[in-house]
Design a protein around this ligand. Structure first.
Ligand SMILES: Cc1cc2nc3c(=O)[nH]c(=O)nc-3n(C[C@H](O)[C@H](O)[C@H](O)COP(=O)(O)OP(=O)(O)OC[C@H]3O[C@@H](n4cnc5c(N)ncnc54)[C@H](O)[C@@H]3O)c2cc1C
Length: 418
C-alpha cells in the first residue's frame, strides 16, 4: 500500500497530528495496534482521573464542552472524549494494526505491520512516551517472596496480597497509588526520590490555571535554561479529585503513610535508602516557593492581584530528624513492592539509527534527524506542555507545517529530476 504519510499511534498525539494533516490535505493513515485511546483503555488503573482540569482538555478542533470545566475526568469520560475526537476529526485510523518494523527506503519509509506493508514519504512517531514501566536494576535483588507490580499492571488494591506495600517513587503515579493502597487498609511505605511539590489550588485558582495563564506551559525548548534536565523532570505530585485535594508528602504522612528516602539498593534482603532525604525535601520546598513567587510576580505585573486571593505559603515538608535508612524485606511485613519509577517509550520496531543510549529518539523539537520523520507526545518536545493533552495542538500544527514543507521540497526535487 502507498500513502504519503504514516502516523503511528492513535492516542491524542497521533489524532491531533492527523487533524492537522487533514487540514493541510496531506494524505495519511493512522496505524494503531489496538483501538483509539488504547493506552487509556488498557494500561491505566481503575480509579485514575486526569490531574489536569477539564477546561484544559483541548485539541485542535475539539475542546471540553461539558458542565464541569474545573473537574477532573475519570477514565470512561476521557476515553469518550478521545473517541469523539477521532470521529469529529475524521482521522483515518486503521485499528488492530501493529507496526513491527520501520525501515528507510529510497523514497522514504517502509512500514511493516501485522496487516500489511505501507510505503510512505513521511512518518510520524506518535506511539507514546509511556509504553513500558521502568523498573530499576535493584529489583533483581528483591527477595523472591515479595510480589512486584508496576503501574502498568496495577488496576486496584484488591489484586495485592494483604500486608505491607513499599511504593518506590513519589511523583504523581506513586503518590496517588500510595494513598489509594493505604486507604485499602494495607500499611504503605513510600520511597521518595527527586520530586516536584505543587499545591492543587493557589490563591483560589487551580495550579494549572497559574501554569497556563503565566505562560509557563508555553515555554519552548529553545528558551528553557536546561532542556536535557527539563525533559527529565518528574511529574508533579498532583491528583485530580472532586474535592481538589492537595497531595504531597505532608498529606501522605498525615494519613499514616511512612516516608523513606530514595531507594539506593537491596542487599541480603535489606532495602537501603539514601541519607539525603531531608535535603531532597528542602530542595523541593524551595522550588515550590520559587514557583509560587513566579506566579505572584506575574499576577502583580499583569494586574490580576485583585482577581485572586492573597499570596499564601505552605508548611515545609515534615521529615524525621534522622529518617531510617533501612527496611527489612525478609521479616514478612512488606508483601508487595510497587515500582512507580517512571515509564519509557518502546521503539523495538524502529529499524533506523535515531535512538540515543537510553532508547529515546533524538530530535530537534520533534523533527528527527532521519528526513521526513517526526515525533510527537514526548516531555518538553517543543514546549513544557508537550506531553499533556493540551500541548499536542501547537506541536502538531508546527510539525505539520514542517512536514508539509518537506513534502513540497521532495516534490520539487523529483519534479526537477524528472
Ligand atoms: C498515568 C498517567 C497519567 C497521565 N495523566 C495525564 C493528565 O492528567 N493530563 C494530561 O494531559 N496528560 C496526562 N498524561 C500524559 C499523557 O497525556 C498520556 O501519556 C497520553 O496517553 C499520551 O498520549 P500519546 O498520544 O502521546 O500516547 P498514547 O496515548 O500512549 O498513544 C500512543 C498509541 O500508539 C499505539 N502504539 C504504540 N506502539 C505501536 C505500534 N508498534 N504499532 C501501532 N500502534 C502503536 C498505542 O497503542 C497507543 O494507542 C498521563 C500519563 C500517564 C502515564
Amino acid at each position: 500500500m502507498k500513502v504519503t504519510t504514516v502516523v503511528i499511534g492513535a492516542g491524542h498525539s497521533g489524532l491531533a497530528m492527523s487533524k492537522c494533516l487533514i487540514d493541510r490535505s496531506i494524505d495519511h493513515v493512522v496505524l494503531e495496534r489496538g483501538q483509539v485511546a488504547n493506552s487509556w483503555k488498557t494500561e491505566r488503573w481503575d480509579s485514575l482521573r486526569l490531574l489536569t482540569p477539564n477546561w484544559q482538555s483541548r485539541l485542535p478542533g475539539l475542546a471540553y464542552d461539558g458542565s464541569d470545566p474545573d473537574g477532573f475526568m475519570a477514565m470512561p469520560e476521557l476515553i469518550n472524549f478521545i473517541d469523539r475526537y477521532a470521529v469529529t476529526a475524521g482521522a483515518p485510523v486503521q485499528p488492530e494494526t501493529t507496526v513491527t518494523s520501520v525501515q528507510r527506503t529510497d523514497g522514504g519509509y517502509r512500514v511493516e505491520t501485522n496487516q500489511g506493508v505501507w510505503d510512505c514519504q513521511a512518518v510520524v512517531l506518535a506511539s507514546g512516551a509511556c509504553n513500558i514501566a521502568s523498573v530499576p536494576a535493584v529489583a533483581e535483588a528483591v527477595p523472591a517472596e515479595i510480589d512486584m507490580v508496576t503501574p502498568a499492571d496495577y488496576r486496584n488494591p484488591d489484586q495485592l496480597a494483604e500486608g505491607g506495600v513499599l511504593v518506590v517513587g513519589a511523583s504523581a503515579t506513586g503518590a496517588q497509588l500510595a494513598e489509594e493502597i493505604h486507604r485499602s487498609g494495607r500499611p504503605v511505605t513510600i520511597s521518595v526520590g527527586e520530586h516536584v511539590r505543587m499545591p492543587r489550588t493557589y490563591r483560589g485558582k487551580d495550579v494549572q490555571w497559574w501554569m497556563d495563564a503565566s505562560g509557563l506551559l508555553d515555554e519552548t525548548y529553545l528558551t528553557v535554561d536546561d532542556i536535557v534536565r527539563a525533559r527529565r523532570l518528574p511529574s508533579p505530585q498532583l491528583v485530580g479529585t472532586p474535592e481538589h485535594t492537595m497531595l504531597d508528602l505532608n498529606s501522605m504522612s498525615d494519613l499514616g503513610i511512612k516516608l523513606m528516602g530514595r531507594l539506593a539498593g537491596v542487599r541480603d534482603g535489606q532495602a537501603q535508602f539514601s541519607g539525603g532525604f531531608r535535603n531532597l525535601c528542602a530542595l523541593s520546598d524551595l522550588k515550590m516557593g520559587r514557583l509560587l513567587k513566579t506566579f505572584d510576580e506575574w499576577a502583580t505585573e499583569n494586574g490580576v492581584d485583585s482577581e485572586v486571593a492573597n499570596p499564601e505559603r505552605f508548611e515545609p515538608t515534615a521529615v524525621e530528624i534522622e529518617p531510617p535508612l533501612g527496611l527489612d524485606l525478609n521479616n514478612g511485613e512488606i508483601k508487595t513492592i510497587l515500582w512507580a519509577t517512571g515509564y519509557r517509550p518502546d521503539y523495538s520496531w524502529l529499524d533506523i539509527p535515531v535512538l540515543d543510549r537510553k532508547g529515546h529518539v533524538k530530535h530537534d523539537g520533534g523533527v528527527v534527524s532521519s528526513p521526513g520523520m517526526y515525533l510527537m507526545g514526548m516531555p518538553f518536545l517543543r514546549r513544557r506542555k508537550s506531553s499533556f493533552i493540551h500541548g499536542a495542538g501547537d506541536d502538531a500544527r508546527e510539525l505539520t507545517e514542517h512536514l508539509g514543507q518537506y513534502l513540497e521540497g521532495q516534490a520539487g526535487l523529483h519534479g526537477a529530476a524528472g
